[in-house]
Design a protein around this ligand. Sequence first.
Ligand code: ADP
Ligand code: MG
Length: 374
Amino acid sequence: GYHKVLEENRKLYNQVQDLKGNIRVYCRVRPFLGGQPSHYSSVGNVEEGSISILTPPKYGKEGKKTFNFNRAFGPSATQAEVFSDMQPLIRSVLDGYNVCIFAYGQTGSGKTHTMSGPNELTDETIGVNYRALGDLFLLSEQRKDTICYDINVQMLEIYNEQVRDLLTTDEIRNSSHNGINVPDANLVPVSSTSDVINLMNLGHKNRAVGSTAMNDRSSRSHSCLTVHVQGRYLTSGSTIRGSMHLVDLAGSERADKSEATGDRLKEAQHINKSLSALGDVIASLASKNAHVPYRNSKLTQLLQDSLGGQAKTLMFVHISPEPEALGETLSTLKFAERVSTIELGAARVNKDTNSTASNSDVKELKEQIASLKG
Ligand code: ADP
Ligand code: MG
């Protein structure tokens, strides 16, 4: 009875998701900060699926330019509203899908606010990361009579094409490994929201190492919270695996050509390279090219298993309302347009029907397939 209905709903939902394509783009407009008058906003109407930008003559014809998204959130949208739209995506992780959620935008546009929340966290202000894990715990508890789930998290930072493990209590090391597993990165079991809060605090503390007030490294590195979920059906013993990457990307702003020199220039080049590599990978998946250029950046290598026909991607683009930010806002929206016109093939569940197949078997098979393809 009840389970059958749930199962039917799930199928229907996945069909709808597949029809819509596996890449969804949401846009969020940051409110004005510190009581600036909002009538200067370069953002006009925000509808459910579109945003209009008011452009002065400097940008060609003066007027209104409208951009479409799967969803758009105006400056007054709450954290809860933003998250409620993503809940089905979170649920699909427990059904064995790989999910990737990105926060894209210039520094100060609200990426960290969406993903983690403001400095002062309350039940209302917590961001997507905490809410997503909270939902995973809740749903896995609801399914405990059928499936037993293990949930582990990893937290990595990519800075200047170097991957660092943020969940280590030892001295922070650079990981020289490629690929999704980063074998020596800590994979920590979690079972409650407070576990997650403690880990995120450790991650944030580790991330601050190497930055100074003048040199806020967090805006120039990507941070990636990865959740690995493994479920075992109690009756059949077969297993199901899903993963979720929650990525707070480096600021997308162009470096000021006249000012960027030395370390700044190097950072800017690395960011530029990895953000364009991300765009290229998605574009290449869309046009079904045989060769997808995952290898062009650490970011795309790390996320390789979660970007493509088998996975679901949500790109959250953030824009600032200030007229001074208009140039960056337009280039952010251009990036969004480029990644949103694509439709990937149907997503697929990672399910081992043979319950004895271990991760290493699967890995070996994958390598064999890769070498055959190559
Ligand atoms: P980014 O991570 O893109 O650099 P932040 O998330 O740090 O930007 O946001 C910059 C500032 O704006 C922070 O003080 C943040 O708390 C605030 N802010 C961002 N988005 C919102 C929002 N939707 N509502 C209220 N304050 C926000
Ligand atoms: Mg940030």
